[in-house]
Design a protein around this ligand. Structure first.
Ligand SMILES: *Cc1c(COP(=O)(O)O)cnc(C)c1O
Length: 363
């Protein structure tokens, strides 16, 4: 053993899927105006911060967290408007729930199906849990290609389907009727991922009772709690009761439970911030659509997708001017020369627009 180098040891011991994986890259953002990760730019209001500080000061961090997270789940049921008979399963962020679902359905040969371009973690988690991944291309305008999706479902019989509603990174909300047809045609579980629910005009929560194979997944990350790591699945008690067995007993710590509870008791404060972000999204959309060299796409999320002649040049130009956004070029072919900007504060958006104008003119 001692003669083998550490890297050849890793190659010898680890699964090929793991060795082949490209790590989810998170760039160093220190010093930048950070508009790359769909975070809420606003801090918690001062009065509420005081209340949280007091609760944290007396929190029993010497004890394991409440494994059932009873009072947090009660708050979540309330703010979500969960239909009767539906249950909640908590995750350490919703990424953890994607992984839990993949583990739960992963019989030999099982397929995870999603659309492309969409959230990259669906494919990544399918790969490292050993599921077979099938990605159905969206139409050119990023709407669902219903005939192609239904054909893929008939052919592949996926155990698990993910549809982000609104979609990331395109920002659009798929037609609800089309999503409903996909749920009805699917032999396996369909997860409608509502990470951006606070910024969108529609939700599948009211349809949970109608479709027994439907799960709605949400996260509080995009609503001002990215640092807490809290997501949840909503669905039938029969389904979630089984999935609950795969949840690691203490996956949501004492402090995230406590802080999220306090914040959700003031859900309206967060929703007001989301309303502000929606107004600023409209303004930013308008400004981008007035630039001839930019094609901006409509969005029901807290970010905007836009296309330029040379995304990497503009991305670098923005970065040189202190603004960090996401360069999607080089990923999916349909995203060639696309960039994604998170809606920030009005001041951040203005500085982004200035830096963009300069980058377009001077490189
Ligand atoms: C951000 C995002 C998530 C993951 O959120 P967590 O921070 O892990 O809760 C899930 N789905 C989509 C579509 C997202 O954009």
């Amino acid at each position: 053993m001692s003669s083998i180098s550490a890297s050849s040891l890793a190659s010898a011991l680890l699964r090929q899927e793991v060795l082949d994986l490209h790590a989810y890259h998170v760039p160093d953002s220190s010093g930048y105006i950070k508009l790359d990760a769909m975070e809420n730019p606003y801090l918690v209001p001062l009065a509420l911060r005081g209340e949280i500080a007091e609760a944290v000061a007396v929190a029993a961090i010497n004890r394991y967290p409440d494994p059932g997270a009873v009072s947090l789940k009660e708050k979540i049921r309330g703010v979500t408007g969960l239909p009767q008979g539906m249950e909640v399963l908590l995750g350490n962020g919703s990424d953890e729930l994607i992984q839990l679902l993949a583990m739960a359905v992963n019989k030999p040969g099982a397929v995870l199906l999603s659309v492309e371009p969409s959230f990259v973690m669906y494919k990544m988690i399918a790969t490292y849990t050993g599921m077979r991944y099938v990605g159905v291309p969206l139409a050119a305008d990023f709407s669902l290609d219903l005939p192609a999706t239904l054909a893929a479902i008939r052919r592949e019989q996926p155990a698990l389907v993910f549809l982000a509603y609104p979609n990331n990174p395109t920002g659009n909300l798929f037609s609800a009727d089309t999503v409903a047809q996909i749920i009805a045609a699917s032999p396996g579980l369909v997860v409608v991922d509502e990470a951006y629910y606070a910024f969108a005009s529609d939700s599948f929560v009211p349809y949970l009772a109608r479709y027994p194979n439907l799960l709605v997944m949400r996260t509080f990350s995009k609503l001002g709690m990215a640092g807490l790591r809290l997501g949840f699945l909503a669905g039938s008690a029969a389904l979630l009761g089984q999935l609950e067995k795969l949840r690691l007993p203490y996956n949501v710590g004492v402090l995230p439970q406590l802080v999220a509870e306090k914040l959700l008791a003031h859900h309206e404060v967060l929703l007001q911030q989301a309303e502000q972000i929606k107004r600023d999204r409209a303004k930013l959309y308008q400004q981008l659509s007035e630039i001839a060299a930019v094609k901006v796409y409509t969005s029901e999320a807290n970010f905007l997708l836009f296309r330029v002649a040379n995304a990497t040049a503009i991305f670098n130009g923005l970065k040189q001017r202190g603004v960090l956004i996401k360069n999607l070029s080089g990923g999916h072919p349909m995203l060639k020369d696309c960039l994604r900007v998170t809606v920030g504060t009005p001041d951040e958006n203005e500085r982004f627009m200035l830096a963009l104008q300069e980058s377009l003119h001077n490189g």
